[in-house]
Design a protein around this ligand. Structure first.
Ligand code: URP
Ligand code: ZN
Ligand code: ZN
Length: 444
């Protein structure tokens, strides 16, 4: 099949496009051509635990492009006292003129959620399709209480938008964390013992009950555990419309990482789990029970990670991932026979585009869509090393893992941004992507 691109859009998809003049022709013989991938969960340059995640929109988007991602969905940061609108304006100013790939924003509702509900209609009207709340991080002033969660969910649903939830039961997390601290246990392995699968499952069940009562869809971010998955599937059985996202770290890494010499570098929330959890998530992904894979890209340098002597409760939470998202999913999913190519495209492209309202524009190779492509060379093989990656983190949680294939080209709206590990973009071209039609079509 040939694809013709004019003015940043796909104009032709035909068995053969012959003899028509083109400024550039790319031969993808023996390669696999995918729609440009979407990473629906990144945090570029956000404040966390007294520091800041080390990629900004510039470095993070270059890393994304080198990994075959053409659109990221990042999050606003609502500072205390800020309106949602102010938080959007601040965040857009950070991305505008900096991001080399297209970007959208989920709107965090973390400060005085009850007072902010009234803003939701005007924000959806501007084209922002999703909001996000946290059932944890009380000490950081980000947690939403369940009565407020109900009100925000109701308001978001009324506008035809989607609410995303970071689901962990804060009281359970606080109790288990305190028990470790009191017992003077500070090693990285205490992180998964403090933020347990039970805490994840508990919050999912509670949130799903409310969503079911309201008849609202709810998007669970970064599902990490079999217990959380079981809770979500049980809630779905009872009629809750849950959309589920997981991340590569919960598929290909396990809590054994916390026992390594620099185990605290792998501290991210939710924590890495057991191999049994990984297998349960792979099964759910291949069977279509998990809808999206995104990264929760939130990188820190080794020095940032080391600043608190490896104490689990003081180490900044988050790991890099945007550049390795698709290579890992292809290698450990498709090449290992756990995931069909079709499922890979669904969870990295078509589903996030549908869920967040970019249907027809992103995540598909069809006439009228943006000319975003990721061209994969399945014949190459390479090993992940920090020096081959493009983000600002000086390490990778996936170091040493072998990737079967390489991103030959990443193309954003017809412009080649990356070729075999080199960023070749010549101008900053990232645009804000807004909702273009009703989302919430996935689990009605
Ligand atoms: O530990 C992580 N993932 N930090 C980013 C914020 C979040 O909870 O997603
Ligand atoms: Zn989170
Ligand atoms: Zn996150």
């Amino acid at each position: 099949m040939d694809v013709g691109v004019v003015d940043e859009k796909i104009l032709l998809v035909e068995p053969e496009i012959d003899d028509r003049p083109a400024t550039r022709t790319i031969d993808a013989t023996d390669k696999i051509v995918f729609p440009g991938f979407i990473d629906a969960h990144t945090h570029m340059g956000i404040p966390i635990m007294g520091t800041r995640s080390i990629d900004d929109f510039e470095s993070g988007s270059i890393a994304a492009a080198c990994g075959g991602v053409t659109t990221i969905i990042d999050f606003t940061v609502q500072e205390p006292g800020q309106t949602l609108q102010e938080s959007i304006d601040v965040r857009l100013a950070k991305a505008d003129g900096k991001s080399h790939i297209d970007y959208a924003l989920h709107v965090n509702v973390t400060d005085q959620p009850q007072a902010r509900v009234a803003e939701i209609p005007a924000i959806v009207e501007q084209g922002f399709s999703a909001f996000k709340v946290f059932s944890t991080y009380k000490q950081a002033g980000m947690m939403i209480a369940w009565p407020e969660f109900r009100n925000v969910l109701e308001a978001v649903q009324r506008q035809g938008a989607l609410l995303c939830l970071h689901a962990e039961d804060d009281a359970t997390v606080e109790k288990d964390t305190a028990a470790n601290i009191v017992a003077k246990r500070r090693a990285a392995i205490c992180h998964p013992r403090s933020r347990t699968p039970a805490a994840e499952a508990m919050a999912i069940t509670q949130a799903a009950d409310i969503a079911r009562e309201l008849g609202a869809q709810l998007y669970i971010v970064h599902l990490s555990s079999k217990a959380g998955l079981d809770a979500a599937l049980a809630a779905r059985e009872q009629g809750a419309k849950l959309i589920l996202e997981t991340c590569p770290q919960y598929l290909v890494l396990s809590e054994a990482c916390y026992l390594k010499e620099n185990g605290h570098h792998w501290i991210t929330t939710p924590p890495l789990r057991t191999e049994e959890d990984c297998e349960a998530l792979w099964d759910a992904l291949s069977q279509g029970q998990i809808d999206v894979v995104a990264t929760d890209h939130c990188p820190f340098t080794r020095s940032q990670k080391d600043d608190n002597s490896g104490r689990f409760h003081l180490t900044p939470n988050g790991i890099p991932g945007v550049e390795t998202l698709f290579p890992l999913l292809y290698t450990y999913g498709v090449a290992e026979g756990r995931l069909s190519l079709e499922r890979l495209v669904q969870v990295l492209a078509t589903n996030p585009a549908r869920i967040f309202g970019f249907c027809g524009q992103k995540g598909v190779i069809e006439i009228g869509a943006d000319a975003d492509f990721t061209i994969w060379d399945p014949e190459k093989e390479w090993r992940i090393k920090p020096e081959l990656l493009h983000g600002n983190a000086d390490w990778s949680p996936y170091v040493g893992m072998t990737i079967l294939g390489a991103v030959a080209q990443t193309i954003l709206r017809g412009f080649v941004l990356a070729e075999y590990g080199d960023f070749v973009g010549t101008a900053v071209r990232g645009n804000l992507v807004l909702k273009n039609e009703s989302n919430q079509t996935l689990r009605n």
